[in-house]
Write a new protein. Structure first.
Length: 286
């Protein structure tokens, strides 16, 4: 019975070759028991090759189609099961339009989570993309080399924005006739209508429309309206105009450099906090 138990306790990977009875043996019990234990062979289990245990993913199915952007026709090869968001990321460096500012039109406005397959894109299809290049948005507000030099000198001396040479060029023209009234030491929510009557860096009229339901800021001029996703705006900076503190100079940071600031003049002071709240959130002031 002891031998049978030993056999059972031994590994069950391979059967023992034979059992030796020690019933009539004259040798010491301990020695006989030691010699009579079944010799079990332990088999090592080798891990299987990953290629055997993990099934290969099916090959990715790509499709050739054309992207039409601003009168350009661009040949694109892209996964059929790729999403619209992934397509935007792919196109970002090709058409120089930030992903957040692209709109992809496939039988109407395509949503970011939809795939090309679900949208019915076929070989040779045309996909329309619309969106403003960051350079185009900033074109009316790009400072000259002299402006940047003046700004750098003023920053070093911590001169107020409204006293810096590059900004005085706009401010010295005076308060626009149709500017909205500014109220000092007051905070008001954004009105339901656009903020108008302000000026941009080139001295042109500019209006701001806050499309909160679409999470967009619309910057409108006489020539164009740029629809900027609020989550693409890097920051908002403002300072009171020293001789008219009921109005502010405001910079909307559209890129990562100083040259990507969109300057707006004569912003009513009572709306500054609400503008920053809408774009950045209440905890993101700087």
């Amino acid at each position: 019975a002891a031998e049978s138990e030993s056999n059972d306790n031994c590994c069950n990977i391979a059967p023992c070759s034979e059992l030796v009875s020690n019933t009539n043996s004259n040798e010491a019990p301990s020695t006989e028991t030691e010699n009579s234990l079944p010799k079990c062979e332990i088999l090592e289990t080798q891990p299987k090759d990953n290629n055997e245990t993990i099934s290969q993913d099916p090959p990715q199915e790509n499709i050739d189609f054309k992207v039409v952007y601003n009168k350009q026709r661009i040949n694109v090869n892209f996964p059929l099961d790729g999403t619209v968001a992934q397509l935007k990321a792919h196109l970002q460096n090709i058409i120089s339009v930030p992903q957040a500012m692209q709109k992809v039109m496939i039988k109407g406005l395509a949503k970011d989570y939809e795939t090309l397959r679900s949208l019915g894109v076929t070989k040779g299809a045309k996909v329309m993309v619309v969106g403003s290049k960051l350079d185009d948005v900033l074109a009316v507000s790009i400072p000259t080399k002299q402006d940047l030099s003046d700004e750098a000198a003023s920053t070093t001396s911590k001169e107020p924005l409204s006293q810096q040479k590059m900004h005085r060029k706009v401010l010295d023209k005076g308060i626009p006739e149709d500017v909205m009234p500014g109220i000092l030491d007051s905070k008001e929510p954004l009105p339901e209508f656009p903020l108008a009557g302000m000026l941009n860096k080139s001295g042109g009229k500019v209006r701001l429309t806050f499309k909160l339901e679409q999470d967009q800021l619309w910057i409108g001029t006489k020539e164009r309206t740029d629809k900027i996703p609020m989550n693409s705006i890097k920051g908002v900076h403002s300072e009171p105009i020293h001789d008219h503190p009921e109005y502010h100079i405001m910079a909307i940071q559209l890129g990562t450099t100083e040259a990507s600031r969109y300057w707006i003049y004569w912003v009513p002071a009572q709306y500054i906090s609400a503008i920053k709240d809408a774009i950045l959130g209440k905890w993101c002031y700087f």
